[in-house]
Structure formats: structure tokens, C-alpha cells
Unconditional design. Structure first.
Lengths: 548, 75, 324
């Protein structure tokens, strides 16, 4: 199956990377110019049109799934609204003794509606994204039991961003159900909320209450937004072009041919991949948020200096924040506060105390969250393993917390001291890197083999200089490339530390004299032009999260 | 309010609950601590805390928690 | 001056300043020599810049097909015609255009041969935009030379010293044969050519016209890369645009490629033995155009005989070692 190419369908798929020339030299400028020329009242329609043109260019006819999701939001929202309104009016004339029963009936009806919506949305996602995984595993099972049946493994084209906008559409329906927002009758507003082009490819996953109003009130471009937005975009470009794209061929070489490398190099590969992933994804988010800012739209952050985390729990509040928040609000808490779960918690607290009691219901909810998180990332066993790995880490972290606190207390260790916190950050980072090894590995089996090789080979050969030289030669790189990565990382790190302390670099810069500001911007641009890993000798790298 | 503080100290000691204003946003309380907290609050104040109430705006400080409890008690 | 005007002026000045910086950077980053240590990526192709001025008669551009199939030293040996292979692996038409411009700065070949395989390699909009940027500010093509920059780069003096013995030809005696197949059997229909590719093809043609150079489209033998549908496409363009087209895949008698011995990768590229046959035919064709006189006694071309001798010694040594 292929996109038709009709009227340019899918002709600009490279635009899913926000740093391609087509995107930032053609599409965005055209968008900004037409946005400025269009009268204020029509600006929102221009954004909607631009977003749909963007989607058509990157995904062609698959835009039908985006449209379906939008219509579904409208219909389910209004349906729920009708039932809720009926519920209110009925309840106002119901006698007191029957109120509880009546309310229960209406809530049940709403639940069924929501269930239908979930079934539809998740159903489509499962069908498109996971049928291949499902059927190939069924085939493996058949082969194991010597059943002579083999299902054909289907191969469907995935609409760009479907994993993201499915979650976003469902969050709208859930929010209407819970009464957090009022159902929207305006399909245009819903369409723009769901399809706004900067966020459609790889998030952030926004809530209706965060962006819908802003987008529909889109106004004239403010100079400060324009400049700040571009600066943010450039910072993302620095991260992706200079660091992520430079490391990419090295990571590919190590993960594809890990058998030819020592444990020390495999460990290095995992570290490089974690850096690459972080720079790529957070850099793309900088691009998304920067471009949205040009139009005066404030998008939620997806990263908050994750490697300053003191625990894995905290890490997932700082890495891919909107995904974690979605899973927390729509899976974790609903499960944990469900009637049966609360009873379980109450009973458990009596038996095993106040710390471990709630942990029982908590771990069930946590398991669901992490199973979904793993599976969401990809239809393969290593992603599920990745989810389970973090599940175990978080659960055990919580389970041993009272013991750790007690030890610290007895040994008079100050858990807030600089060194203790540093230890926690290093430990968390190491655990994250190990998780990413499995995430990136070419299948779960290879993941385990790589991990085994890494662990057994690390001690005898921690600094495998020859192996590193080997990898560099094979990928056409040399030590200067590593130096550039290190130098740029230091710069990015410095900005992170400032941000962590609450200082905004852009604001500080804006206060300085024009010559200093321009010098900094020129330096940034020239740095990207010279050290960016593009052009002859480098292949274009797709943003890692866009295949979802 | 002091009751809430003692509940919190029981669940996760070592934090200055009386003055901290970003218990959630500052990553001091994690989701599993919240479950314990909710269970205790429901028990202590005879209320039901639905999932929609579990937002930073209700749990970032002890004052916010107390306000939420009062509101839920009235319903 | 109103506030808006001030802001617009600031933007314009900023961009002007940026352009000035990029211009200066381009002067520094542009390679002043074509040795490998100067950070040149396609050393053999760029070695044409080291050839004495106005000595090259025929320029060949294309992808790896061209440099595997055409041996300029053989054509020199048999007809005294000086040709050069500026083909590079996975070359795009936009890059070919670049090579043309570069080569014509110091050479004036009477014929340009374009190997047709690359006409089907899509030049994306990103490729086109990057190419245009590179034309305006060469720093975009040579930015990775940051690793080899030296003080010499501050001076604008350019001195090309590297020459390639094989004149861009990729010498390989590896034999990895395949079964002969009916790969050129007649088929209706055409292989589509992306529109940006047509744009560059036309640009190359006007450039050649402007320079008074004859453009010839040539398809060198390849089972893997060529078929009748591609032939039909190029045949139509040849007729519509008035460009000469030689399809060697259809000249089984004149260029009798034996696919069991004459390919180094199962029919993707021909090897040295295949190149001998291709070059023999091509040399004859070129001499029959009547455009060229043999330069074999011309002292300006003395290094060609030196290189030919060197190359023949290398092949003799290989033949005696492998016992053939």
C-alpha cells in the first residue's frame, strides 16, 4: 500500500522532521506570511487550513483518520452533553430517595458511551499499529504447538501522529465525561485543537483546556513571540543537528553489530543512544513549542531537565511529561480510585499497614500504566519489556522507601545533601540508560544479549579505546566529532542548569544590548551551520518519535 | 489542617509540609504517596475523592488540601 | 520611524549581517586544494580540478554506474581522446550540475556524457533547497571541513595539486557473476521521472548548449538497475528534448557483456573486464564523431601516457598474480 501522490499526497514526508529545509524555509515562512496577511477574525481558519495542508503533505489520504477522530470528538462530546443535561433536569425533579439510583443510571449510560468511544479510537489504533505484532505472535504460538496454520501478517500504513492524536482525542472525551470541560459544538475549534500542525507529528499531547481556546483566539503575531519562538526553534536545531544526528550513525553501528564490540563499547552505545534520543526528542519539542509561540500559542512542556531526577518516579515527571500526565490522569488515578480498588486499599491497609496497603491497588494501576506506556511506544516485545522494567523500578523504589529512610536516619545521612542528591541523579541516569538499551535494541533477544555482553565485558575493559577508534573509523567519524558533542552538551547542560534554577536564558538575553544579543544569535546560527551533521557524508535522520 | 500535616508526615517524613507550596510540582510527593494520602484523607474526613480532584491545584500545599476536603465535605 | 518599521528594519539588518557572515565563512571554508587531507569527500571526481587547463575532451557525470563502466585510460590508449569520470556514488542530478560548473571553470570538453541511472534517483525538494543554498554560500557544502581547516584557508589562493591516475575510473577485478537474463525484454510503459529531476536535466542541457558542448545520455550495462521501462522513459525524453541517447543495454552484439565474468556484484556494476568492452565501444563512438584529434603525440598530454603505463603495470601485476 502506498500513498497515491494525488495533488501532493504524502509528497513532503520529510517535513515530519522539523529541521528540514522544506519545513523551515518553505512551509513555515509561507504559513507565517499568509497568517499575517489574513484578517484577524480569519486567522484561526488559516491555521486550520495550514494544518490540514501540512497533514496532507506528510500523510496524504490517511488524513481521513484525523478527520474521523475530530468528528468522533464532536459526536461523543455532544452525546455525553445531552445525557448529562438530561441527568441534571431529571434529577432536579426526582424525589430524594430515588436520586442516588437515578444518578447511577445516568452515570452508567455515560460510561457506556465513553466505553464505545474508547473502543472505537483504541480499536483503530490497535488495528493499524498492532495487528502485525499480534498476528506474527499468533503465528509463533501456532508454530510452537505445531498447528499448520499461518496467518498473513498485515502491513498497514500508519497515519502520522496517530498514537498522539488518538490519546489527545480521548482526553477530550474523558474530560467531558468527568465534567472538567463543557462539550464543544464548534467542529472547527475541535479540528484545530486536534490537528494543529506543530503538535500533530509527535506531541506534546495537549488537553482541551490547555490549547483549544488559545488556538481559536489566535491573534496577530507579536514581535516578542516571533523572536523568542525562533530562538527556541534554533536551540532545538542545535540539539538535533549537532548532537543527535552526529551520534546517530555511531549508535546504529554499535546496535546493529554489537557482537563485534566489547562490553565497554556497548555501554557507550547505550549512553550515546540516550543522549541522541534526548537531544532529538527535546530538540523537536523546542521546534514545536517555538513555532507555536510564533503564533502566540503556549504549548505545554514535554521535558524538564530529566537527568536531574532523583528517582525513576521523578524521571517520568520530567521526561515526555504530557504522556506521563495522560497515563496518570486517565489510567492510574481512575483505576486506583475505582470502587473495588478503594475497597482493596482499605482492606490492605488494615493488614499490611498504611505504607504498603495502598501500594497493592497502586501496583495494579501502575502495572496497567506501564504496560500501556511500553506498548504505546511500539509494537514489539522489547517495548513491553521496557515498560515492565520501569514498572519494577518504580514499584520497588516505593516499596523499599521506608527501609531506606530508616537506614538514612540511623546512619545520620542527610538525604538532602549535595552529594546524596548527586548520587541519586547518577543512579537514576544509569538505570535510565539501561532501560534505553532495551528500548533501542533490535528486538528483545538482542537486548538481552547486548545487556549480558555489556555486564560481563564492562569490568575487564571499561575504557575500550581501540574499540572506540574502531567504531569511529567505521562510521566515518573521528575524535573531533566526539569533542563537538561534548562541547555542545556542556552548553546545553549550562542552559539546563540555569533553567532548573528558574532563570530563563531568553529573558536574560532580551535585557542585554542589541550587539550582545545579535552576537549570541549569530554565534548560534554559525555554530549550527558549521557543526551540524547535515549534507555530504551525513544522511538525513528522521525524528525518532515520528514513526508513532 | 494539622491533621493533614500529621497524615503526610506519616506517609512521607522529611518534608516541611507546613511551608512547602509545590508538593506536586516540585516532585516531593509521587503518585503512590498520593494513593496513601487519599486513602487516609477519605478515612479521616469521611469524604470520597474522585479521580478528577487529583490535580496539582488541590495537592500542592496543605492549605489546598484542606480547602478541597472542606468542599468535598459539603457535597 | 514607527515601531513596526523599526522592527522590520532590525530584521532586515540582522539578515543582511547573517548573509555577510555566511559569505565570509564560505570564502574560508571553500577548499583551496583537492587533496584528500583537505577534507574533500569525492577525491577521484574532484581530481579533475588538478588536470591541466583545457585538456579534457569528454566529461562523464553520473553515479557509480559511470565510474565502473568507463575507463578513460583505455579510451586514451586506443584513440588518444582525453575523457574524465566525474561520477560519484549515489550522485544526484543536482550534484552533477555542480560538477559541471566546477569542471567548466578550467576545462572545455566538447562532449558531456550523462549516465542515465541517476535520472531516476529522486532529487527531493530538500535536496534542491540545500543545493541552491550551497550554490549561494559554499560553506553549506564544505562546512565539515572544520576538521581540517588551517591558516592556509584564510588566503583565497586556490592551487589544485591532486590528480587521479585512473581519471576517476573505479578499478575492480572482482568477479561475482550472475545468470544472464532477459532483463531488457520489451515492456510497455515508462518508468516515471520526478519533476525536480526533469528540472535539473533541462538545466544541465541548457548549460551544455550555452557552452557549445554536446550532451549525450548513456546507459551503461547493468542487469540490476536497468530495464525496458527505463529505456522507454529516456527514449521519449531523448526525442522530445532532442538529446542523443545510447542505450548500451540494447547493444548486446557491439558490447558483448558476459554476465558471468564481467560484473563485480551480480549484475549491479560491471568490473574491469566489462569496462574494457564498454570503453572500447565508447572510444570508437567518440572518435567517429570527428570532433577529436588524437592527442597522443601532444606534449601537453604527456602525463596521460605516464598514468596509462602505471595503470597497465598494475593490471599486469594483478593478472600475473591471479594467474590469468
Amino acid at each position: 500500500m502506498q500513498l497515491s501522490g494525488f495533488l501532493g499526497a504524502g509528497s513532503a514526508m520529510s517535513m515530519t522532521s522539523f529541521f528540514t529545509l522544506t519545513f523551515f524555509m518553505v512551509f513555515v515562512p509561507l504559513c507565517v506570511i499568509s497568517y499575517t496577511l489574513v484578517p484577524n477574525k480569519l486567522k484561526k481558519y488559516q491555521l486550520l487550513l495550514a494544518s490540514y495542508i501540512f497533514y496532507w503533505l506528510v500523510s496524504g489520504e490517511l488524513i481521513i483518520y484525523l478527520l474521523l477522530s475530530t468528528v468522533s470528538m464532536l459526536c461523543f462530546g455532544l452525546w455525553l452533553d445531552r445525557v448529562q443535561t438530561k441527568m441534571k433536569s431529571t434529577l432536579s425533579v426526582t424525589p430524594k430517595e430515588e436520586k442516588k439510583e437515578t444518578k447511577k443510571r445516568y452515570i452508567k449510560k455515560q460510561r457506556l458511551i465513553v466505553l464505545l468511544a474508547v473502543f472505537l479510537h483504541i480499536g483503530i489504533l490497535l488495528f493499524l499499529k498492532y495487528s502485525a505484532f499480534f498476528t506474527s505472535n499468533v503465528n509463533i504460538l501456532f508454530a510452537f504447538f505445531k498447528i499448520p496454520v499461518a496467518l498473513t501478517v498485515p502491513k498497514y500504513l500508519l497515519p502520522i501522529g496517530i498514537s498522539f492524536f488518538t490519546l489527545q482525542a480521548m482526553s477530550y472525551i474523558f474530560d467531558v465525561y468527568h465534567g472538567v470541560i463543557k462539550a464543544d459544538r464548534n467542529i472547527g475549534r475541535l479540528a484545530l485543537f486536534l490537528g494543529f500542525f506543530p503538535q500533530i507529528v509527535e506531541g506534546p499531547i495537549c488537553r482541551y483546556s490547555q490549547t483549544a481556546e488559545q488556538l481559536w483566539n489566535a491573534g496577530p503575531i507579536k514581535y516578542e513571540n516571533l523572536t523568542f519562538g525562533i530562538q527556541r526553534y534554533l536551540f532545538g536545531m542545535l540539539k538535533k543537528l549537532v548532537i543527535a544526528d552526529r551520534l546517530s550513525p555511531i549508535v546504529i553501528e554499535i546496535f546493529d553489530k554489537y557482537n563485534e564490540f566489547s562490553g565497554g563499547i556497548i555501554a557507550l552505545g547505550a549512553v550515546f543512544y540516550t543522549i541522541q534520543l534526548y537531544m532529538d526528542f527535546s530538540g523537536s519539542m523546542d521546534a514545536v513549542i517555538g513555532i507555536a509561540q510564533i503564533f502566540g500559542i503556549r504549548m505545554p512542556e514535554n521535558f524538564e531537565r530529566p537527568f536531574f531526577s532523583r528517582s525513576i518516579s521523578e524521571f517520568w515527571k520530567r521526561w515526555h511529561i504530557t504522556l506521563g500526565a495522560w497515563l496518570k490522569d486517565y489510567i492510574f488515578y481512575p483505576i486506583v480510585t475505582a470502587g473495588k480498588m478503594k475497597k482493596l486499599t482499605a482492606a490492605a491497609r488494615k493488614k499490611i499497614g498504611n505504607h504498603f496497603g495502598p501500594l497493592l491497588a497502586g501496583s495494579i494501576a501502575l502495572f496497567c500504566v506501564w504496560f500501556c506506556n511500553g506498548l504505546w511506544h511500539g509494537s514489539a516485545w522489547n517495548f513491553i519489556f521496557f515498560g515492565m522494567y520501569h514498572f519494577v523500578l518504580i514499584l520497588s523504589g516505593n516499596a523499599i522507601a521506608p527501609a531506606v529512610n530508616s537506614i538514612n536516619h540511623h546512619l545520620h545521612i542527610n538525604a538532602d545533601s549535595f552529594w546524596y542528591r548527586l548520587m541519586q541523579m547518577v543512579r537514576t541516569s544509569v538505570l535510565v540508560v539501561i532501560g534505553e538499551l532495551f528500548f533501542r535494541a533490535n528486538g528483545l533477544r538482542n537486548g538481552f544479549l547486548m545487556f549480558g555482553k555489556m555486564v560481563t565485558g564492562l569490568v575487564p575493559n571499561l575504557f575500550d579505546r581501540q574499540g572506540l577508534i574502531n567504531v569511529l573509523i567505521r562510521t566515518g567519524r573521528n575524535s573531533l566529532d566526539l569533542i563537538i558533542v561534548a562541547v555542545t552538551l556542556v552548553a546545553v547542560f549550562a542552559v539546563s542548569i540555569l533553567n532548573e534554577k528558574g532563570i530563563s536564558v531568553r529573558d536574560e538575553l532580551a535585557k542585554r544590548k542589541i550587539l550582545i544579543r545579535w552576537a549570541v544569535f549569530y554565534l548560534l546560527i554559525v555554530y549550527i551551520v558549521i557543526f551540524g551533521a547535515y549534507g555530504a557524508g551525513y544522511k538525513p535522520i528522521d525524528p525518532l518519535y515520528a514513526q508513532f | 489542617m494539622s491533621k493533614i500535616v500529621s497524615i503526610l508526615e506519616d506517609i512521607k517524613p522529611g518534608i516541611d509540609y507546613e511551608n512547602c507550596k509545590d508538593l506536586i510540582d516540585g516532585h516531593h510527593l509521587d503518585s503512590l504517596s498520593i494513593i496513601s494520602l487519599i486513602a487516609e484523607l477519605e478515612d479521616e474526613f469521611d469524604i470520597t475523592i474522585p479521580a478528577v480532584e487529583i490535580v496539582p491545584g488541590n495537592f500542592n500545599s496543605v492549605e489546598q488540601m484542606a480547602a478541597m476536603v472542606e468542599r468535598l465535605q459539603e457535597e | 520611524m514607527t515601531d513596526t518599521m523599526k522592527k522590520v528594519l532590525k530584521c532586515v539588518l540582522f539578515i543582511a549581517g547573517l548573509a555577510a557572515i555566511l559569505f565570509v565563512l564560505s570564502l574560508v571554508f571553500f577548499p583551496k586544494n583537492n587533496e584528500k587531507k583537505d577534507g574533500i569527500i569525492d577525491v577521484a571526481a574532484n581530481a579533475i580540478l588538478g588536470e591541466p587547463e583545457n585538456t579534457i575532451d569528454v566529461l562523464i557525470i553520473g553515479d557509480s554506474e559511470s565510474i565502473n563502466a568507463i575507463n578513460p585510460l583505455r579510451i586514451w590508449e586506443q584513440h588518444g581522446i582525453a575523457s574524465y569520470c566525474c561520477g560519484t556514488s549515489l550522485q544526484l542530478l543536482s550534484y552533477s550540475e555542480y560538477f559541471l560548473h566546477q569542471a567548466f571553470k578550467s576545462q572545455s570538453p566538447k562532449i558531456v556524457i550523462l549516465e542515465t541511472n541517476e535520472i531516476f534517483r529522486e532529487v527531493t525538494l530538500d535536496d534542491l533547497l540545500l543545493h541552491q543554498l550551497e550554490m549561494v554560500f559554499p560553506v553549506f557544502s564544505f562546512h565539515s571541513r572544520w576538521k581540517v581547516l588551517s591558516f592556509r584557508d584564510i588566503s583565497p589562493v586556490i592551487n589544485y595539486t591532486h590528480v587521479d591516475v585512473e581519471k576517476g575510473y573505479y578499478f575492480s577485478t572482482v568477479v561475482s557473476g550472475t545468470d544472464d537474463s532477459d532483463y531488457m525484454k520489451e515492456m510497455p510503459g515508462e518508468e516515471p521521472i520526478p519533476s525536480i529531476n526533469m528540472f535539473y536535466l533541462r538545466k544541465i542541457r541548457s548549460f551544455c548548449k550555452e557552452k557549445g558542448t554536446r550532451l549525450i545520455l548513456v546507459s551503461t550495462p547493468s542487469i540490476v538497475n536497468w530495464d525496458h521501462m527505463k529505456h522507454n522513459s529516456i527514449q521519449r525524453i531523448s526525442e522530445e528534448e532532442g538529446i542523443e541517447f545510447i542505450d548500451m543495454n540494447l547493444l548486446r552484439k557491439e558490447i558483448p557483456i558476459n554476465w558471468k565474468t564481467d560484473t563485480r556484484d551480480r549484475g549491479d556494476h560491471v568490473n574491469y573486464y566489462g569496462a574494457e568492452k564498454v570503453s572500447a565501444y565508447l572510444g570508437k563512438y567518440l572518435s567517429e564523431t570527428g570532433l577529436f584529434k588524437s592527442h597522443r603525440s601532444d606534449p601537453a598530454y604527456s602525463q596521460w601516457d605516464v598514468h596509462l603505463k602505471e595503470f597497465n603495470e598494475r593490471t599486469e601485476q594483478f593478472n600475473s598474480e591471479s594467474g590469468s
